[in-house]
Design a protein around this ligand. Structure first.
Ligand code: GDP
Ligand code: ADP
Ligand code: 5GP
Length: 213
């Protein structure tokens, strides 16, 4: 009997949060544990941080190059966030989906909304809340990758971002990291198993029913 588990519809797993709530750390671990999941590497006009690797963490580009991407309709979504532009390149997402693979997005609420509007059914939105704004500040300061004024701007923007958590499918608080990671992984696993994504099931079921026993 054939046990082919294709074709399937991929998940577009979108993780958003205020800056410092922990989404990048959670997304990195999810990527490390799931070989079939592809990270959407965003294009950004912000400068590279110490420890970041170009084309792994972001495609770092000039404002002119970013504008060219907009003009050429090269983004699935893009947004102004904390004074810089960020966008998800369209081509790698189309390719992954056409091959039945899943894509992970570490983006803001504006991008989550655009992808959910364009790809209803495929998009799954997860919002991560910080335990408190005081803890958010502590994490941004401890991460020590942003200047004081940048940290201050991100904290001031956090409340506006948190107001949008009602638009998301799943929400949880990132207090204990391992517990939060387990939550995210469970969401991903459950979404992968949804009946409508697993279009191979009809053929598979026929195979089971035709087995002689
Ligand atoms: P972080 O919040 O500390 O992870 O800081 P970043 O500078 O990495 O990201 C800044 C904001 O831009 C965050 O809200 C991200 O979720 C958002 N962002 C990153 N990539 C994208 C993208 O491709 N599109 C959109 N719309 N937002 C993005
Ligand atoms: P974001 O991508 O949302 O800005 P990061 O993943 O960069 O957030 O996390 C911000 C900082 O908080 C990092 O230094 C990270 O190690 C730390 N952090 C993430 N999750 C937790 C947690 N559950 N408890 C304590 N510190 C955390
Ligand atoms: P940072 O500058 O700290 O890397 O990211 C700041 C914010 O921008 C984060 O909330 C991050 O998720 C968001 N972000 C990063 N890439 C994208 C993107 O491609 N699109 C959108 N909409 N937001 C992004």
């Amino acid at each position: 009997m054939s046990n082919d588990r294709t074709p399937r519809r991929g998940v577009l797993l979108i993780v958003a949060s205020p800056s410092g709530a922990g989404k990048t750390s959670l997304c990195r671990r999810l990527m490390a544990d799931h070989g079939g999941l592809e990270l959407s590497v965003s294009m950004t006009t912000r400068g590279i941080r110490p420890g970041e690797v170009a084309d792994r963490d972001y495609h770092f580009v000039s404002p002119e190059e970013f504008q060219r991407g907009i003009d050429e309709d090269a983004f699935l979504e893009w947004a102004d966030v904390h004074g810089n532009r960020y966008g998800s390149p369209r081509a790698p997402v189309d390719k992954a989906l056409s091959e039945g693979r899943d894509v992970l997005f570490d983006i803001d609420w504006q991008g989550a909304r655009q992808i959910a509007d364009k790809c209803p059914g495929d998009a799954v939105r997860v919002f991560i809340l910080p335990p408190s704004l005081e803890e958010l500040r502590r994490r941004l300061v401890t991460r020590s990758q942003d200047a004081d004024d940048v940290i201050e701007r991100r904290i001031q923007n956090a409340k506006g971002e948190i107001e949008h958590c009602g638009e998301f499918d799943y929400v949880f608080v990132n207090d204990d990291f391992d517990r939060s990671y387990s939550e995210l992984a469970h969401i991903y696993h459950a979404e992968r198993s949804r009946r409508f994504r697993n279009t191979w099931v009809d053929t598979y079921r026929m195979g089971l029913l035709s087995e002689a026993v």
